[in-house]
Ligand binder design. Structure first.
Ligand code: PGA
Length: 253
């Protein structure tokens, strides 16, 4: 079986501060967690440059900076938006694409998400494609069709090369920020389905692509989730804002 390097990513959303950047980087360094895994942190855009600077000072080469979002265009009269070039110049190496909050609160479609995904990839950044179903879709048996549509949007735009250097995060919307994580068995079933979809267009990539689970991961449930064969790490929200909890989750990966 192909060995895939685990990844633990923290999405700070509209939270955090320079002080939190300092605390997290210091604890990552002291704990030595990033020797066997890749750690990704996605703070708000105003902290990108500071994070990048501090990570270099601490010589944390296995800690990567991710943008929470980019615009699908290169520039223009788009007040408040950030292009991939700006994110890259601020030190970002990865980009979260299509987080459920972007999709629901900012009405981002799968097509727009796919454009952002390709923008990141073409600029040499690694996209993290978030996919997931709502409570209603889950209850009406539409989970797989929802995920298929979200992943196919990227396939249509990027073809089979698109998934070679990306991450996929399965984040059921009913589990994000609710304290109700998916069971390890259910998450595994869905991760296997996603890997199968990638295999249908590129069997080689399916073996190497890393698929993260996200949605109410805590130190208490991380080990059981991470021990599933198709779960390669996690995308952490709330617990990523508490350095001790985040480090613990990294250790469990
Ligand atoms: P949560 O968020 O860990 O707070 O559920 C996950 C996410 O939104 O990525």
């Amino acid at each position: 079986m192909t060995k895939r390097m685990p990844v633990v990513a923290a999405n700070w959303k509209m939270n955090g501060s320079r002080e939190l950047v300092n605390q997290v980087l210091l604890q990552i360094k002291q704990s030595g967690v990033c020797q066997d895994i890749e750690v990704v942190i996605s703070p708000p855009a105003t902290l990108y440059s500071y994070f990048d600077e501090q990570k270099k000072i601490h010589e944390l080469d296995h800690v990567f900076l991710a943008a929470q979002n980019i615009n699908e265009l290169d520039n223009g009269a788009l007040t408040g938006e950030i292009s991939v070039g700006l994110a890259k110049e601020s030190g970002c190496q990865w980009v979260i694409c299509g987080h459920s909050e972007r999709r629901s609160l900012f009405k981002e479609t799968s097509k727009v998400t796919a454009k952002k995904f390709m923008k990141a990839l073409n600029a040499g950044l690694k996209p993290i494609l978030c996919v997931g179903e709502t409570t209603e879709e889950k209850e009406t048996g539409k989970t797989f069709s929802r995920l298929t549509a979200q992943i196919e949007a990227v396939m249509h735009l990027g073809g089979k090369q698109a998934f070679k250097d990306c991450l996929i995060a399965y984040e059921p919307i009913w589990a994000v920020g609710t304290g109700q994580a998916a069971s390890p068995e259910l998450a595994q079933e869905i991760h296997r389905f996603i890997r199968g979809m990638i295999a249908s267009i590129c069997p080689e990539t399916a073996k190497t692509v890393r698929i993260l689970y996200g949605g109410s991961i805590k130190p208490e449930n991380a080990a059981a989730l991470f021990s599933q064969p198709d779960i390669d790490g996690g995308l952490i929200g709330g617990a990523g804002l508490v350095p001790e909890q985040f480090i613990k989750i990294c250790q469990l990966a």
